[in-house]
Design a protein around this ligand. Structure first.
Ligand code: COA
Length: 226
């Protein structure tokens, strides 16, 4: 079942809810998100980090943090999910901790984007993974991709279940016994709402806060005359 989007949009993101009623905010990642991403990575268990990166890793490091946050939003797009109820004083987490990230990156194969997901342990098995896949398919559709390609370790039951539920195809040619490759075709009927909102939020962020009202109905979009 697809999520039904009920979307209060403000200049800092889109408010929505998980199935259990937890309010979350989603927005494109920004170049300022390095410290928050670092903190989120450190909140993940060693097992979850291994499932995401296929290697034992204690930290992301400055170069990887920059590569993951300072992106062009064209060949490389990423959503972050924030829990506003956890807003605190830690730098980068004033609006809440980052609980998940979903990204897609264009590959050298035309029409195919490589996709990945990560949810911090405390929020796993609460429907965030499913939310992230909806974010990715809508974003891939509006960006013109025909397929999302996922690599997952064979022991990653959660990821395999998530992809299996969406009828992603096991790409046997590219898989090996430990790393399985799945292709998720992007349907023509895909709901592109969220992908379109990615573009709007990016434009708002690039324009600077002063020029944009918190009321999105008053926001002038790039293709409208000012
Ligand atoms: C894999 C991951 C993205 C799943 O996200 P999630 O928020 O836990 O998933 P959801 O709550 O949306 O659950 C989706 C489905 O998977 C199932 N599932 C999730 N985790 C599971 C687990 N550990 N074992 C078995 N099933 C699991 C859920 O029951 C649900 O199935 P259902 O809808 O048929 O009931 C998350 O666990 C994660 O980030 N893991 C660490 C990093 C990682 O593995 N990234 C993927 C690399 S490709």
């Amino acid at each position: 079942m697809k999520l039904q989007w009920d979307l209060p949009l403000s200049s800092d993101g889109i408010d929505t809810e998980l199935g259990d009623g937890t309010a979350v905010k989603i927005r494109p990642i920004s170049a300022d998100d390095g410290p928050a991403l670092d903190a989120s990575f450190k909140r993940m268990s060693p097992r979850s980090r291994y499932l995401r990166f296929f290697t034992i890793r204690d930290e992301l490091g400055p170069a990887m943090l920059e590569n993951f946050t300072d992106i062009d939003h064209l060949l490389h797009r990423a959503w972050v999910v924030i829990d506003p109820a956890t807003a605190g004083d830690t730098p980068g987490e004033e609006h809440g901790i980052g609980i998940a990230v979903a990204r897609l990156i264009e590959t050298s194969t035309p029409g195919v984007a490589e996709a990945s997901l990560a949810v911090i342990d405390e929020y796993q098995q609460r429907g965030v993974g499913r939310l992230l896949l909806d974010l990715l398919t809508s974003t891939a559709s509006i960006a013109g991709f025909e397929k999302l390609r996922f690599e997952t370790l064979w022991e990653n039951r959660g990821m395999r279940r998530l992809l299996g539920n969406l009828k992603a195809e096991h790409n046997k040619e590219l898989s090996d016994p430990s790393v399985l490759v799945y292709d998720l075709p992007i349907q023509e009927s895909e709901d592109e709402t969220i992908g379109a909102l990615y573009e709007i939020l990016r434009w708002i962020a690039a324009s600077g806060d002063d020029s944009v009202s918190d009321d999105p109905t008053e926001t002038v979009l790039p293709n409208q005359s000012a």
